[in-house]
Design a protein around this ligand. Structure first.
Ligand code: HQG
Length: 183
């Protein structure tokens, strides 16, 4: 293992290619978003990122948010969520808890309270089951505002929810009436 490997840099670049721009390194993803590991490693190296299979395994295993998953025999890899490219993730709808949370920045609040939570560049609106995670997500954008979502009521009204492998709750859109500002 190359001890000097910058796992954050590798993880960020993996997110970039596996969620958004595989074409930037000439990579092809299948319909479910999987890349061949051999192909990925070769193409990362061709694009100036010195990495081998062992390093990739290390980055995936130690990633704090479990952003990536290998298939069973580790011949393929994909991002667990967060894509902007269209993939068929095979998510199965499930019943959410009574409340889910969304952390955002204060500057987005008036717009959110006018049009609801929108998925923007992602495939889904991302929600968290706990306030700590929601707070971390929100602080990335600026001064934190926490929103509480009546997810079970949404579900009863026919909205679909999915849970990604790394435990992010996903839905298509959250209408204003299910959103309440916390505190
Ligand atoms: C906001 C990270 C104005 C929304 C995290 C958010 C998460 C609106 C921003 C994952 C709006 C989009 C996703 C509206 C939504 N008006 N602003 N109507 N509706 N917004 O980054 O949820 O590190 O795309 O509140 O852990 O912050 O990528 O979404 O602030 O799971 O693995 O528009 O990203 O994971 O921002 O974060 P994002 P997010 P990774």
């Amino acid at each position: 293992m190359n001890k000097k490997i910058n796992t954050t840099r590798v993880s960020k670049f993996l997110s970039f290619v596996l969620r958004h721009h595989p074409e930037k390194i000439n990579l092809t993803l299948d319909q479910q978003g999987w890349a061949e590991v051999t192909d990925l490693v070769e193409k990362l190296n061709n694009h100036g990122m010195t990495i081998n299979r062992e390093t990739l395994e290390h980055v995936v295993a130690t990633n704090t948010k479990k952003r990536f998953t290998f298939n069973e025999d580790h011949s393929k890899i994909r991002a667990n969520q967060g894509h902007s490219i269209k993939i068929d993730h095979g998510f199965v709808p499930i019943e959410p808890p009574e409340f889910l949370y969304h952390g955002t920045a204060k500057r987005f609040l008036s717009s959110i309270l006018a049009s609801g939570l929108e998925k923007r560049n992602r495939h889904h609106v991302h929600l968290s089951a706990d306030l700590k995670t929601a707070s971390e997500v929100g602080r990335r954008h600026g001064k934190l505002v926490l929103l509480s979502i009546r997810s079970l009521d949404m579900h009863k009204a026919g909205f679909e929810f999915f849970l990604s492998e790394n435990k992010v709750w996903l839905t298509d859109h959250v209408p204003v009436k299910y959103i309440q500002k916390k505190g």
